[in-house]
Write a protein that binds this ligand. Sequence first.
Ligand SMILES: NC(=O)C1=CN([C@@H]2O[C@H](COP(=O)(O)OP(=O)(O)OC[C@H]3O[C@@H](n4cnc5c(N)ncnc54)[C@H](OP(=O)(O)O)[C@@H]3O)[C@@H](O)[C@H]2O)C=CC1
Ligand SMILES: O=C(O)C1=N[C@H](C(=O)O)C[C@H](O)C1
Length: 238
Amino acid sequence: MKIALIGYGKMGKAIDAIATAKGHEVILRIDINSKHLLEKEHLGQADVAIEFTTPETAYENVMKCFAADVPVVSGTTGWLDKLPEVKAMAEKEGKGFLQTTNFSIGVNIFFEINKRLAELMASQPQYDVQMEEIHHTQKKDSPSGTAISLAEQVLGAVTRKHAWVNEEATAADQLSIISKRIDPAPGTHTVTYTSAIDDISITHTAHSREGFAAGAVVAAEYLKGKKGVYTMKDVLNL
Ligand SMILES: NC(=O)C1=CN([C@@H]2O[C@H](COP(=O)(O)OP(=O)(O)OC[C@H]3O[C@@H](n4cnc5c(N)ncnc54)[C@H](OP(=O)(O)O)[C@@H]3O)[C@@H](O)[C@H]2O)C=CC1
Ligand SMILES: O=C(O)C1=N[C@H](C(=O)O)C[C@H](O)C1
């Protein structure tokens, strides 16, 4: 499979190593200085693009992939506001698009556990719930995309919470997400339910970026030749 890497930072490099080891050909490594490669003439040679850049640039890069008719695996976080528009366009115009805030298999299993725990806690008002995420100090967005995905699952089931806040909660209906930036943390997420009687915590701790990168390559293998919008649930059959 011919892969175009858009963004060649920590994730781009980790994906390059895994894709190459699996026998894929990385034909483009596009960073901020080689944006001219985002035109159809170059990008159009790839079977699939994998985009890990910045919250400010992700939308434009995905649009370039759509224009070049190249399916795109999207990993950049912090641009959630534009996602509904992008997904609608992909469905309408038959472009391949697979986005998730976290490509690791472990976190995708963790999402399923979090959803089930939230469903069980929906009818247990004696439990309060809060979240914590820990990442390296170079991370640009806060809270992490994964934390927002986890929070949306909690809010979808635990209706006594109405919105997440990225600070200590000041009202009972707020779901607090505390963000900590500590090097070299690749990504740790904890959801904790507390009551006067006991606490229940679930934590996912990434030991490196390998899980994110390997998941992105598996997602790209899945997306090759496809049109429309997909998720990691499709890829992993969850
Ligand atoms: N979904 C998931 O599983 C995961 C998502 N992420 C997310 O992926 C994103 C990238 O993370 P990470 O690799 O650690 O970040 P880095 O800062 O290490 O890398 C981002 C790279 O994108 C480059 N870049 C910036 N603008 C453009 C542009 N317009 N076109 C092409 N390249 C550009 C930067 O170049 P320069 O350095 O020159 O500015 C940099 O090399 C973040 O949003 C992060 O949250 C991270 C891990 C897992
Ligand atoms: O920026 C990172 O590093 C990570 N970003 C993603 C996020 O925002 O959830 C995924 C992972 O936690 C690493």
